[in-house]
Design a protein around this ligand. Structure first.
Ligand SMILES: [Zn+2]
Length: 174
């Protein structure tokens, strides 16, 4: 058994409690924010979301970027997708340059974690790759691809390369 197998993902409640400012919209109505649906992905990605939130809140608190809040955190086409905005106060409209700089920084952090999700099993958090089941796509490790009856590769695109083998990816027992 390796360390990755022993890893216990955080619960959604713990993540919400750790980052109340980022998840403020979770208590808003569906009319106002999709965040009321909670984290719309499986718990294998919670460690990514936790790390992403840590990086963003650090920038808000210590690097004095504007406070971010999420409007949607979900899986889409096998990838983590995050929509967000800055908390709006009268002062935030005074400095557009700062707004653009802050925005680029936050986008950079979020994009990097979205890319990592492309290589992380959504179910267990272990190393994964894009799989498909009919027209559904999901990023999974070999074990969960088999359990959920998903096949390697993306149904929508022809890759030049062959889908990865278990040897390429490194199975959970490697
Ligand atoms: Zn897995």
């Amino acid at each position: 058994m390796n360390e990755a197998q022993e890893f216990k993902p955080l619960s959604e409640a713990v993540i919400f409690e750790k980052y109340p400012k980022l998840f403020r919209q979770k208590d808003m109505s569906l009319m106002d924010s999709a965040m009321c649906w909670g984290l719309q992905c499986d718990s294998g990605w919670y460690w990514l979301i936790d790390a992403m939130c840590g990086a963003i809140q650090f920038n808000c608190d210590f690097n004095k970027t504007r406070q971010v809040e999420f409007t949607t955190v979900k899986e889409k086409y096998g990838q983590l997708i995050v929509y967000w905005n800055f908390v709006r106060t009268p002062e935030t409209f005074k400095d557009e340059c700062r707004e653009n700089y802050d925005s680029g920084l936050i986008e950079g952090i979020i994009n990097s974690f979205e890319v990592v999700s492309n290589h992380t099993c959504e179910v267990c958090g272990n190393r994964g790759f894009l799989c498909h089941h009919g027209s559904w796509v999901k990023t999974l490790c070999f074990e969960h691809a088999e359990k959920l009856d998903y096949a390697p590769g993306d149904v929508y695109f022809d890759y030049d390369e062959e889908p990865p083998t278990e040897e390429d990816i490194g199975g959970i027992n490697s």
